[in-house]
Every structure is written in structure tokens, then in C-alpha cells.
Design a protein. Structure first.
Length: 94
């Protein structure tokens, strides 16, 4: 059975995020770790499906919105270093 379009998009996003500088670990729908890897961690979540509002005139919803969540975790000894590393990962994501 072929993957759903949402799964294909999530896999593509994981591939693109895996290519950013710094070798940040990228996982899909993973539980929160007890320890964040030294280079940082990005977790992609399936999110939820949201249907659109119905229009007047009896038409059904024309499309469905799939919301994906991107969680970024970094660790470092002190606040300024951690914030700098977090900001660097966000800039690499774009």
C-alpha cells in the first residue's frame, strides 16, 4: 500500500531538514527524549486534520488542511549559548 500524501510530505520535510548544517537529528512522531542530542533535535509531528468551513448554498468543504508541527530542541550549558544554538538551527531551517 502506498503512503498517504501527508506521509510523503512529512518524509520529504524530514529529508530536507536532515540536510541542514550541524547534523541536527530529525525524527518523525518520536516521543520526547530524556536527553537531547548534543547537536540538537527536530521532531516532526503529523499534527491534525482540520476541515474547512462549509460555504453557503449547500456545497461541501472543498479541501482539508493538514497541520504539521515542527519541534526544535537544543541543549547547552548556559542560556546565551543555548539561545544562540536554537537561533542558528531556526535560521538553517529558513
Amino acid at each position: 500500500m502506498a503512503d498517504s500524501k501527508a506521509k510523503q510530505i512529512l518524509d520529504a520535510m524530514a529529508g530536507l531538514l536532515g540536510d541542514i548544517e550541524g547534523a541536527v537529528t530529525v525524527k518523525i512522531n518520536a516521543p520526547l527524549p530524556e536527553v537531547v542530542p548534543e547537536d540538537g533535535l527536530i521532531i516532526l509531528r503529523d499534527g491534525k486534520v482540520e476541515s474547512t468551513e462549509e460555504t453557503l448554498g449547500g456545497f461541501d468543504s472543498a479541501y482539508v488542511v493538514q497541520v504539521f508541527a515542527v519541534e526544535v530542541y537544543v541543549c547547552d550549558g548556559d542560556d546565551p549559548a543555548r539561545e544562540a544554538k536554537y537561533d542558528a538551527v531556526l535560521q538553517d531551517i529558513g
